[in-house]
Design a protein around this ligand. Structure first.
Ligand code: COA
Length: 258
């Protein structure tokens, strides 16, 4: 698949997707959003890939937002369609993938960039990262799930402050807020996500997919998360991974999940 705005690297079970428009601080235009959807679908369907890393090209930005130049002259209807289509093909899509997606925030994560990171299963950041939802400074509100996911992650008061002031927070503050799990020097970002990916890859991919679905169920209004947990817990018992995991434990050896 020829990619205009992304770089895809695949090695040792890890797919790393670089958003690659450094001259525009990796801003998300329509082409990039579609390429992200197609690439994520491709790697999700590849059984060799056990962890996906999403990061930005260059030293300066993860993603500095949706591409403002692309939507500046949209009508109300076009604006609503942009948000709804984007949520469907990218933001909700990522959140519901069965393969874990880690956002490695390597610089500015603003607007749609922070929304993209927040849709990932968890986030780490380099110490130069700056995060914010500056949309109200442009006369609009976050449209790719930002009002919902930021409130879920940092609580209503902090989300309100970030959105209403349109300000940026630094990586340490983001960690204190619970927005990112780890902050490391920029030179250590790759090593940090590689270590995390290897820890994840030791575990059952089937159980990981079911765990993601169960945790996500807590944030959905149309399902009962406890019911999803019971169903997914039960269905694990019928899998080869469960047989291998429990047998390996009883035989005092490391599990070898296929
Ligand atoms: N959409 C489109 N283009 C963007 C962009 C975005 N969200 N963010 C940055 N760019 C472009 C700039 O227009 C500039 O392009 P140019 O060289 O053709 O003029 C290039 O990326 C570099 O950005 P610049 O503003 O010169 O870098 P900076 O270091 O001075 O400032 C930021 C960095 C992140 C503070 C600034 O780019 C910014 O505020 N970006 C917009 C953030 C935002 O509001 N995002 C939410 C969008 S909904």
């Amino acid at each position: 698949m020829a990619l205009e705005n992304l770089i895809l690297e695949q090695a040792e079970g890890i797919a790393t997707i670089f958003i690659n428009r450094p001259e525009k601080l990796n801003a998300l235009n329509k082409v990039t959003i579609q390429e992200l959807h197609d690439t994520l679908q491709l790697v999700e369907n590849n059984p060799e890939i056990r962890v996906i890393i999403l990061t930005g090209s260059g030293q300066k930005a993860f993603v500095a937002g949706a591409d403002i130049a692309e939507f500046a002259y949209f009508s109300a209807e076009e604006g609503a369609a942009l948000a709804s289509e984007g949520q469907r093909i990218l933001f909700d899509f990522i959140e519901n993938l069965k393969t874990p997606v880690i956002a490695a925030i390597n610089g500015f994560a603003l607007g749609g960039g922070l929304e993209l990171a927040m849709a990932c299963h968890f986030k780490i950041a380099s110490d130069n990262a700056k995060m914010g939802l500056p949309e109200t400074s442009l006369g609009v509100i976050p449209g790719y799930g930002g009002t919902q996911r930021l409130s879920q992650l940092v609580g209503k008061g902090r989300a309100m402050e970030m959105i209403l002031t349109a300000g940026m927070i630094d990586a340490e503050t983001a960690k204190n807020y619970g927005l990112v799990n780890h902050v490391v020097p920029q030179v250590d970002l790759v090593a940090t996500y590689t270590t995390l990916a290897h820890k994840i890859m030791k575990n059952s991919p089937v159980a990981i997919g079911k765990a993601i679905e169960a945790v996500n169920a807590n944030f959905k209004t149309d399902v009962n998360g406890f019911d999803v947990e019971i169903r997914n817990f039960g269905s694990c018992f019928a899998t080869e991974d469960f047989k291998e995991g429990t047998t390996a434990f009883l035989e005092k050896r490391k599990a070898n999940f296929k």
